[in-house]
Design a binder for this molecule. Structure first.
Ligand code: NI
Length: 197
């Protein structure tokens, strides 16, 4: 997911000094709207091997390199593993550690909220999306341990957006047909664009 318009200190690729192991990584190629991989369902990860650790590092680097990303699913770099990362950055009041989650599963939902979303795979398109406000998620961390997360607000929204990606769903699937019609030309442009490789 890309950043909503709000004040946050984004982590960017220049900040990799904070995460020394990222020094060896380089950003992966993002996949864009129209790429069939974005419509595929990703497969569960059985165990954490070196390949998963490398994927995590590469995806963090890819996210920070965008400059405005706050979440990324493996599907968006063409890898059909159930893995996602979320890093909404820090505010003055709050520190936030990146979430790196394998096989995330939403156990329960509560409430409802509407907020504007964007997606790194659908550049420059933004729309209001209605989602549950609060969720409980079960997942496996980078150490292979099962963890539970209860969250609301922006983190809950980004998590739901990225879990959607793992199921081949995009945020534009969750807006009304009429609104999607209005975005038709922009979507077509992204589909036909030559993306940098
Ligand atoms: Ni997205």
């Amino acid at each position: 997911m890309s950043k909503p318009k709000r004040k946050r200190k984004d982590r960017q690729s220049e900040d990799i000094d904070e995460i020394p192991r990222l020094a060896k990584t380089k950003p992966l190629q993002l996949r864009y709207y129209g790429d069939p991989v974005l419509r595929k369902r990703a497969e569960p990860v059985q165990e954490i091997t070196e390949a998963e650790v490398k994927l995590a590092d590469d995806m963090l680097m890819t996210l920070y390199d965008t400059g405005n990303g706050i979440g990324l699913a493996a599907t968006q770099v063409g890898i059909l593993k159930r893995f996602l990362i979320v890093d909404i950055g820090d505010t003055d009041e709050e520190k936030f550690e990146p979430l790196l989650l394998f096989n995330p599963e939403i156990l329960s939902y509560e409430g409802e909220s509407v907020a504007e979303e964007g997606c790194l795979s659908i550049p420059d398109v933004r729309a209001d999306v209605k989602r549950p406000e609060k969720i409980v998620v079960k997942a496996m961390n980078l150490k292979g341990e099962e963890i539970g997360i209860e969250t609301d607000g922006l983190i809950a929204r980004v998590l739901q957006h990225e879990i959607d990606h793992l199921n081949g769903t995009l945020f534009i699937d969750r807006i009304s047909g009429l609104k999607r019609q209005l975005l038709r030309n922009e979507l077509k442009k992204i589909q036909q664009a030559e993306h940098p490789t």
